[in-house]
Design a protein around this ligand. Structure first.
Ligand code: SF4
Length: 469
C-alpha cells in the first residue's frame, strides 16, 4: 500500500496514536457510517468494546475520551483542546453525548465502554468493536476496527479482505517511483540520480499538487515547533497518579542561564556536549505535552513523537546553513524510512514492542539528519539501519498504562542515539554488512517472538515493578 508523508506525520492529540488517535478516528468513522445508512435517528445507545492491548492500557491512554470525541464527530487534528480536556467531566455531569454533534443519546462510560483485555482478535492486538442499538434494544449496526499504530485504522471488512486495500489506498505500484523495500528505494535513487527526499517528493504527487507539498511540510514542522514551545512552558505534574513532573521548563531555564558561562548553574552545562542537553529538552517537551494529552505530530507514533522533532531542531539550530528546504528534506527522508517499517513490519507497540515506536522513530530521525548533513542514499540507509539495530528487542512496558515512564525519557535517549547513528554512518562510505531490509525483517520476527506482556499491556517489565503511591 502506498502511504503519503502526510499520513505518517499527522497532527493529533496525545497521549497515544494507537490508543487515542486511532480509536477516535474509528469512532468517528462508525458514527458517519450510521448516518450514511440512515440509522442515526433510530439510535438510542452506542457501546464500545476495547479488546487486547486497547482493553489493557486504554484507560491510561485516554481511549475512553477518544471514543467519546470520535462519536461526537471530532477529528484529532482539529478538535478544540478545551473539548478534549472538558468532555469527560461534562459527560459525568450529564451522561449524554451528541453523535456527530447533532443526535443526542444517553452515554454512560461506566456501562457503555466495555474493557476486555483478555480478548485478543487474530488480526491485531488493538481491536475496538462499536455497536449501535435502538430503543427496543435491537442492534442496528456493528463494526470492528483495528488500530494498527501511528493512528492508522483498519475496519473489519478490510482485515478480512486484504486484496481490497487498493479500494482505500493506492498500491505502491501506482506511484511514479515505486518501492517496497529499502533496496528498491536505493535503486530508484541510483536510476534517477536523486536522493531519498526527492523520490518521496515525486511520489507525493500521487496525492498532492506539487505546489501544495512544501506548504504541507512546513505546517508539519511548524506543528512540531509549536508543540516544543508549549512543552517548554508548561510546568507541573502530568495526569495519571504517578506524580511525574514535567522537566522541560526547568531544563530550558538552566540551558538559557548556561548561555552565559558565568551564570551556568552547573559546570555540566558549559561542556561542549550541551548541544545534547538541548536535544534532550526538545524531546522531553514534546513527550510531556503528549503525556498531558496535548496536540502533537505522530512521528511515526505519539509515544515516540519527540525523537524526529528533537533531531530536526538540532539540524535547524545547531548545524550551519539551515533553511526551509532542510526541514522539508529531513521530513521526507524520515518518512521514507517510516513507511518501510510500516509496510514491512509494524509501527505498533502492541504488535512488536517499543522497537516499533522509539526504534522506528530513531531510524527515521537518523536518516533525516544524515541526509541533510550531505549523506549519500547509501549512508542514509546505513544511518536508519544503525538507528534500529540497537533498538532490536526493546519492549513496551508503560508504567500504569500511561505514556510517561519509560516513554518520555526514552525519546530523549532515542534522539541522541539518532544523532550518533547519523554521524556514525557519515564516517563511513555507505557500505555495511547488515542492510536496512535485514534489520526490518529482524525487527518484525523479534516482535512476533516477544511475549504479549511486553507489548503495551502494562503486564510486564517496569510496569509491574513500579507502583503508584
Ligand atoms: S514504552 Fe514505547 S511503545 Fe510503549 S507506550 Fe511507551 S513509547 Fe510507546
Amino acid at each position: 500500500m502506498a502511504i503519503s508523508v502526510f499520513d505518517l506525520f499527522k497532527v493529533g492529540i496525545g497521549p497515544s496514536s494507537s490508543h487515542t488517535v486511532g480509536p477516535m478516528r474509528a469512532a468517528r468513522q462508525f458514527a458517519l457510517k450510521l448516518d450514511a445508512a440512515g440509522l442515526l435517528p433510530a439510535t438510542t445507545r452506542i457501546t464500545a468494546t476495547l479488546m487486547g492491548s486497547l482493553g489493557a492500557t486504554g484507560r491510561g491512554h485516554a481511549s475512553d475520551r477518544a471514543i467519546v470525541l470520535g462519536l461526537m464527530g471530532q477529528e484529532p487534528d482539529t478538535v478544540p483542546m478545551a473539548l478534549v480536556f472538558g468532555c469527560m467531566d461534562a459527560l459525568q455531569a450529564q451522561p449524554t453525548l451528541a453523535v456527530l454533534g447533532r443526535h443526542p443519546i444517553a452515554f454512560d462510560p461506566a456501562h457503555d465502554l466495555v474493557w476486555e483485555p483478555q480478548q485478543r482478535l487474530p488480526f491485531h492486538p488493538n481491536a475496538l468493536r462499536l455497536s449501535a442499538w435502538d430503543a427496543a434494544g435491537l442492534r442496528l449496526l456493528e463494526d470492528t476496527f483495528y488500530s494498527v499504530g501511528g493512528g492508522f485504522i483498519v475496519p473489519q471488512a478490510l482485515a478480512d479482505h486484504p486484496e481490497r486495500h487498493g479500494d482505500v489506498a493506492p498500491g505502491a505500484a501506482t506511484l511514479p517511483l515505486p518501492f517496497q523495500h529499502a533496496s528498491e528505494l536505493l535503486q530508484r535513487c541510483a536510476e534517477h540520480g536523486i536522493g531519498i527526499a526527492e523520490v518521496m517528493r515525486r511520489n507525493e504527487a500521487r496525492w498532492h499538487a506539487p505546489a501544495d507539498i512544501d506548504p504541507g511540510l512546513d505546517r508539519i514542522w511548524q506543528a512540531m515547533q509549536d508543540c516544543v514551545i508549549r512543552g517548554c512552558h508548561q510546568d507541573g505534574e502530568l495526569p495519571g497518579g504517578f506524580h511525574v513532573h514535567r522537566r522541560a521548563p526547568a531544563l530550558l531555564r538552566k540551558l538559557l542561564a548556561a548561555g552565559d558561562a558565568h551564570n551556568a548553574p552547573t559546570p555540566l552545562l558549559t561542556h561542549s556536549l550541551t548541544e545534547m542537553d538541548w536535544v534532550t529538552l526538545w524531546a522531553l517537551a514534546v513527550n510531556e505535552e503528549n503525556a498531558a494529552g496535548g496536540r502533537v505530530v505522530t512521528a511515526p507514533t505519539n509515544g515516540a513523537a519527540g525523537i524526529v522533532p528533537a533531531v530536526l531542531h538540532h539540524a535547524m539550530r545547531h548545524l550551519p546553513g539551515a533553511d526551509d528546504q532542510r526541514a522539508r528534506d529531513f521530513l521526507l527522508t524520515a518518512a521514507a524510512i517510516g513507511l518501510l517499517f510500516k509496510e514491512n513490519a509494524s509501527i505498533s507497540g502492541a504488535e512488536v514492542g517499543c522497537q516499533g515506536e522509539v526504534g522506528v522513530a530513531c531510524a527515521m530521525a537518523a536518516a533525516g539528519l544524515c541526509a541533510v548533513m550531505g549523506g549519500t542514499p547509501e549512508q542514509v540507509e546505513n544511518a536508519a539501519e544503525i538507528g534500529m539495530e540497537h533498538h532490536l528487542g526493546l519492549t513496551c512496558d508503560p508504567v500504569g498504562g500511561l505514556v510517561q515512564i519509560p516513554c518520555i525519557e526514552r525519546n530523549a535517549v532515542g534522539a541522541v542515539q539518532a544523532i550518533h547513528a547519523a554521524r556514525l554512518a557519515l564516517l563511513g562510505d555507505g557500505r555495511h554488512r547488515v542492510s536496512l531490509d535485514d534489520v526490518i525483517r529482524t525487527m518484525k520476527q523479534t516482535g512476533a517472538d516477544m511475549q504479549t506482556r511486553y507489548k503495551e499491556t502494562a503486564l510486564g517489565g517496569l510496569a509491574v515493578h513500579i507502583v503508584a503511591c
